[in-house]
Unconditional design. Structure first.
Length: 68
C-alpha cells in the first residue's frame, strides 16, 4: 500500500466509512482502491454488521511506526 498523507485530518474521528475515507485521501467516490486495500488486509477496519469502517487511529499509528 502506498504511503498516505494523513496530516489533513489530525483531529479526525477514530472510525470513518469507506466512502469518507476515499474522499479524505483524494479518491472522491471511487471506492475500488479502498475496497482492494480492505480485502488485502492493508487497512485496519472495524466491521459492524454490514458496515465496514476504517480505523484512522490504528492507521496513523502504523504509519508512525514505519514499514514492517
Amino acid at each position: 500500500m502506498e504511503e498516505l498523507d494523513l496530516s489533513p485530518f489530525p483531529d479526525s474521528p477514530r472510525y470513518v466509512s469507506l466512502p469518507r475515507f476515499a474522499q479524505l485521501i483524494g479518491h472522491g467516490n471511487d471506492l475500488s482502491l479502498v475496497r482492494a486495500w480492505v480485502e488485502a488486509g492493508e487497512l485496519p477496519v472495524l466491521t459492524a454488521g454490514a458496515h465496514v469502517l476504517v480505523d484512522l487511529h490504528t492507521l496513523k499509528a502504523r504509519q508512525a511506526d514505519g514499514p514492517p
